[in-house]
Design a protein around this ligand. Structure first.
Ligand code: CP3
Length: 357
């Protein structure tokens, strides 16, 4: 049973206590908060032990297992936030498609959406009935997480989710998805309407169930020119982001390869904007303006380096943040599979030890 909690009320309290929530609001903190995208996953022996017995889709379908995996990095690493264990592609199934994770290939959607008819056949997700197991995992986690470790819910941004739906899996050149925008804009807009409404419902349901912040992943948005972003993507991202922001919880808007898109992403929405490592953190923050918080931006490969080199890279990011309120430390994109766990734990300590007056 899902027991919704009155998060809408708590979330708008002006002075949250947890470091992570304070930084989202650009309030002073005792230490820089840190968490990592893909902090739960195959680089962790505890995760691999569960994956030996269950597929990824089985884990996310069983709320107690999903909650257990979500808690693993909180216990092992000492991070300042937990991210719900789920996947951005789960909602494509109730939209009417199939989803598999093929070994070595990543996600596979067999019925790639390539026409206006196919786009019109999709249905809008009703999160309570279609993805109730995810909401139940949120309820379990809110009971089990320590009070100073907030839970982050998430969804994919409409463009990134639609890319997988049109390409049928990971893409190299995004030929089909960009082809649809250019050759059949009506089909594209119809697809984006359904995806955006679905993501909006899903994210609001996660907040209602107890997520204390949410992240919208636009992992592949850097494939687009600013003009195409504005015409084909921004209105849909904005709808999802603004709906989540209206609840009062912090909203993290993440993308990669976004140097030319950052101001447009900020316009679309987000309390916090994610930065990858391709741009120095202070340059990215400068482009965005200091009225928004930022998250990032360690190169995930730095986590493989000898500890003194890692320390240098971690401190490089912190120095660029310059102790300004509103920085959440993270990698610029998810933790890679063979990353040594002890280095990730060491990076958490390095961030926490960085002096704040
Ligand atoms: O710890 C966390 O970050 C929470 C869990 C999480 C997963 N996926 C679990 C997962 C989150 C936040 C995601 C988001 C996600 N999923 C994104 C956006 C973030 C990004 O990395 O850009 C994307 C693009 C996806 C789609 C997806 N799911 C891909 C491309 C893959 C294959 C990657 C691979 O390494 O095989 C997945 C599978 C997936 N989702 C794994 C995990 C931990 C791989 C591990 C496994 O198979 O057990």
């Amino acid at each position: 049973m899902i027991e919704p909690q009155p998060r809408f009320v708590d979330a708008v309290q002006p002075e949250p206590a947890a470091r992570f929530l304070r930084a989202c609001r650009r309030l002073p903190v005792d230490a820089t908060p840190v968490w990592f995208m893909r902090q739960a996953g195959r680089y962790m022996p505890e995760y691999r032990a569960i994956r030996e017995r269950h597929s990824l889709l089985e884990i996310v379908a069983r709320p107690h297992l999903a909650a257990e995996v979500t808690l693993q990095p909180v216990q092992t690493l000492g991070v300042d936030a937990a991210i719900l264990f789920a996947d951005i592609l789960l909602p494509v199934v109730p939209m009417g498609l199939s989803l598999e994770f093929a070994k070595g290939e990543g996600p596979v959607i067999r019925e790639a959406v390539r026409s206006a008819q196919a786009a019109r056949r999709l249905r809008v997700v009703d999160a309570e009935t279609d993805l109730g197991h995810v909401l139940e995992a949120i309820c379990i986690l809110r009971r089990e997480l320590p009070a100073d470790v907030p839970l982050i819910g998430f969804c994919g941004a409409p463009f990134t989710v639609a890319s997988y739906m049109v390409e049928g899996g990971p893409a190299k050149d995004f030929r089909n998805v960009k082809g649809m925008m250019l050759a059949d804009p009506a089909a594209w807009h119809s697809l984006m309407e359904t995806v955006a409404s679905s993501m909006e419902n899903y994210l609001l349901a996660q907040i209602q169930a107890g997520a204390q912040a949410v992240q919208v992943f636009d992992s592949w948005v850097g494939q687009l020119s600013p003009a195409d972003y504005l015409e084909f993507v921004q209105p849909y991202s904005r709808r999802v982001l603004k709906a989540a922001e209206a609840t009062g919880v912090p909203v993290i808007h993440f993308g990669t390869d976004t140097a030319t898109l950052l101001p447009h992403m900020k316009e679309a929405g987000g309390t916090v904007i994610g930065l990858d490592w391709r741009m120095p953190l202070d340059d990215g923050w400068g482009l965005l303006g200091e009225d928004v918080a930022v998250q990032g931006n360690l190169d995930p490969t730095a986590l493989f380096a000898p500890l003194p080199v890692l320390r240098d890279r971690v401190e490089g990011v912190l120095r660029r943040a310059g102790g300004r309120p509103g920085h959440i430390f993270n990698v610029g994109h998810g933790i890679l599979t063979h990353t040594p766990v002890e280095n990730v734990r060491a990076a958490v300590d390095m961030v926490h030890e960085w002096p704040h007056e």
